[in-house]
Ligand binder design. Structure first.
Ligand code: FJE
Ligand code: FE
Length: 306
């Protein structure tokens, strides 16, 4: 038997690589209160990418942040890159999300919470919004939280992966994805190459965090940080190369499309306009999951009096 070559041993088998069908630069915009986000999914250029509703690369420096606000009908996945965010919700669930940590929040029928910087300096991270199917929009809220040390990680032939959701290079995340989702954080050293399988029929994208990478086809031009790449529907895997002298870091995210109508009003995402009207009414009247919003405000709101 010949010795496995570098890329064979760092690969996961697939038949046909997917190609990049669209490239989008995420420009900065203001969100929350004084916070800055690079929004790639969820903006005017790309409204949704089923089942994904939004992808924000956020940057917050106190006193900016995301003070008390509601969510209904989807999940927010917060993955910290730098610094610390403090969160608290109307049920008394609170804590900090530090660099490398993950918070997978299923808002379901309703959450009201705040997400604020917890340190000096700039806090950075990614927040992904994943839609829930009509069957699951009104489920009880729940959290899955993983401190950095608990996120499965491995290094094979210059390719490091942190498995936020799904499976890669022989390791698996314990996170339960109500909407079937994969979420992988890759760092490729110079001259390394990756092959990662992606389920057929799933929508999938790459978001580049650092460095420059070649994705999809070996002859395509390198792509720099803050770009979103949509992968085509054909094929069952991603091929990526780092031919630059610096590390390349990107996330690969995929999900099974829900193929349902989306009605959105800010942080409320339902299937129909009637359900959105009902949600606005529920929130205003503290009903159907928003009961605890009546007498709650976050400690940060008390401190800063927004
Ligand atoms: C917001 C609804 C929201 N991007 N990235 C409306 F939920 C939000 C919001 C966020 C957010 C929070 C974090 Cl920690 C990271 C985010 C939007 O809280 F800004 C508006 N306008
Ligand atoms: Fe939020």
């Amino acid at each position: 038997m010949p010795k496995a070559s570098a890329w064979e041993s760092s690969s996961s088998a697939f038949n046909e690589p997917r190609s990049v069908v669209r490239k989008l630069l995420a420009r900065t915009q203001h969100e929350g209160v004084g916070a800055i986000v690079r929004r790639s999914i969820g903006g005017l250029e790309l409204r949704h990418f089923d089942p994904f509703l939004a992808l924000d690369e956020f940057s917050v420096t106190a006193p900016a942040g995301f003070p008390d606000h509601p969510h209904r009908g989807f999940e927010t996945v917060t993955y910290m890159l730098q610094g610390t965010v403090r969160h608290e919700d109307f049920e008394g669930h609170k804590g900090t999300i530090e660099a490398g940590d993950l918070q997978w929040m299923t808002a379901g029928r309703g959450i009201v919470h705040s997400e604020m910087p917890a340190e000096e300096g700039t806090q950075k991270g990614l927040q992904l919004w994943i839609n829930l199917s009509s069957k699951h929009k009104m489920i009880e809220p729940r959290y899955q939280e993983m401190p950095s040390n608990d996120i499965p990680e491995t290094l094979v032939d210059g390719v490091k992966v942190r498995v936020i959701a799904g499976e890669s290079l022989g390791i698996k995340s314990p996170v339960y994805t109500r909407t079937p989702t994969m979420y992988l954080d890759f760092t490729l050293q110079p001259d390394s190459h990756l092959q990662q399988s992606i389920p057929n029929h799933w929508n999938a994208f790459v978001y580049v965090l650092e460095g420059k990478g070649v994705f999809g086809a070996a002859r395509s031009p390198p792509v720099a940080a803050h770009h979103l790449l949509l992968l085509g529907p054909g094929g069952d895997g991603l091929e990526a190369w780092n031919r630059s002298p610096k590390p390349l870091r990107f996330v690969l995210v995929g999900g099974e499309p829900l193929r349902e109508p989306v009605a959105q009003l800010g942080p409320f995402v339902m299937n129909t306009e009637e359900e959105i009207d009902q949600t606005v009414e529920d929130f205003a009247n503290f009903r159907n999951g928003f009961e605890k919003a009546r007498h709650w405000q976050s400690e940060s709101a008390e401190r800063f009096e927004f």
